[in-house]
Ligand binder design. Structure first.
Ligand code: ADP
Length: 353
């Protein structure tokens, strides 16, 4: 099939470098003689025919911008058969031959639904949470971590002045990636993530011993997935158990915005170009991943079931359509992820103070 025009959309929670991704997709397609249309506001833009042609001039200066110039949204209507059919009609009417969908796992489900109904789609992992198990890095994750580190460094300054502890609760949905990486970089004395049981008593003991040895400031990082009650409880308990004055900060959506880092921009660029490659090669229903520093294409179904395996949420027939080789590969990736958390956590327990 000869591609004349492709659509690009950003959907679900936004992330830094979504714009860099849009830029890469647009420039990659235009330089191969394929037109690009921005679908405004994710899948709802498709249903409501909110489309905007994108030229090189439109995207030339956006690589360094946070947010997404084609907006993001959550669209419940798209999940209905009626909404889906309307989206397909809009594609046909506007001669959109394929779509690059940038977002998280929900966005990929939508992309699969379109793919199986005859609209070729390629997914790109745009989320700060890094919670797509099939890829080592998602677009926006690096910037979000660096934003947390910048905020944490500033908190450290004032904690040091006042001999305080500061708890920082960071986004990441149910994944502890941002928390563990930024905790390590901030020299946190404790990091609470869902992936590893948290030993509060050990934290209190370490804090008391460090304070007795003269340490003034402490940073504790808590992952959003632990729940707001966990942070509130810790905020009460640290002063009670250690005598150390403690404050609490939740940067929340601040870490979703901002100028993307070099790593995110370049990941976005490599992945965006690969997505266009795949579409033009007649491929569909794939998500572009980074595995061991290589940009590769993975089946969306593989990626979604892998996520469920990693979260121990597999349903009865989930693995039926996969070969033993694929199942082994999934198990190996899950193992790699668990080892990753354990390795960093162990180092942090030893050297974090
Ligand atoms: P994310 O992509 O960040 O995980 P969401 O889960 O909110 O964010 O999904 C983004 C959008 O993708 C939804 O608003 C909806 O339009 C679409 N979507 C999510 N799940 C499905 C699904 N099961 N089938 C079709 N579309 C879906």
């Amino acid at each position: 099939m000869k591609f004349r025009k492709i659509g690009v959309l950003t959907s679900g929670g936004d992330s830094p470098a979504m714009n860099a991704t849009i830029k890469a997709v647009t420039c990659s397609a235009l330089s191969r003689g394929v037109e690009v249309v921005g679908i405004l506001g994710g899948y709802s833009g498709l249903i409501h025919e909110n489309l905007r042609p994108l030229t090189k001039k439109d995207v030339s200066g956006i690589i360094s911008l946070g947010g997404t110039i084609i907006y993001s949204d959550r669209c419940v209507e798209f999940k209905t058969e009626e909404g889906m059919q309307r989206a397909i009609e809009v594609c046909r009417k506007n001669q959109i031959d394929g779509i690059v969908a940038i977002g998280g796992d929900g966005t990929f489900r939508g992309a699969t639904d379109l793919s199986i109904r005859g609209i070729p789609c390629i997914g790109l992992p745009g989320t700060i949470d890094n919670d797509i198990t099939a890829t080592d890095y998602t677009i926006g994750y690096d910037t979000a971590m660096n934003t947390v580190v910048k905020l944490g460094d500033q908190l450290r300054d004032t904690c040091e002045s006042h001999a305080r502890c500061n708890i920082i609760e960071v986004m990441g949905r149910n994944a502890g990636y941002i928390a563990i990486e930024s905790g390590l970089a901030l020299n946190a004395i404790g990091v609470a993530i869902e992936e590893i049981p948290f030993d509060k008593e050990l934290l209190f003991e370490k804090m008391k011993a460090s304070r007795a040895a003269g340490q003034r400031s402490f940073i504790v990082v808590v992952a959003e997935g632990m729940g707001a009650e966990f942070s509130e409880q810790l905020l009460k308990e640290i002063p009670e158990k250690t005598g150390i004055e403690t404050r609490f900060v939740r940067p929340a959506h601040i870490v979703r915005g901002g100028i993307p880092t070099l790593r995110d921009r370049n990941l976005a660029t490599m992945m965006g170009d690969k997505a266009v490659d795949m579409l033009l090669a007649g491929k569909s229903d794939l998500v572009i991943c980074s595995r061991h520093d290589k940009v590769v294409a993975t089946d969306i179904k593989f990626a979604l079931i892998l996520d469920r395996m990693y979260k121990n949420k597999l349903k009865e027939h989930d693995l039926d359509s996969f070969t033993p080789h694929q199942i082994k590969e999934m198990e190996a990736i899950c193992e790699e992820r668990r080892a990753y958390f354990k390795d960093i956590y162990d180092v942090m327990l030893t050297v974090g103070c």
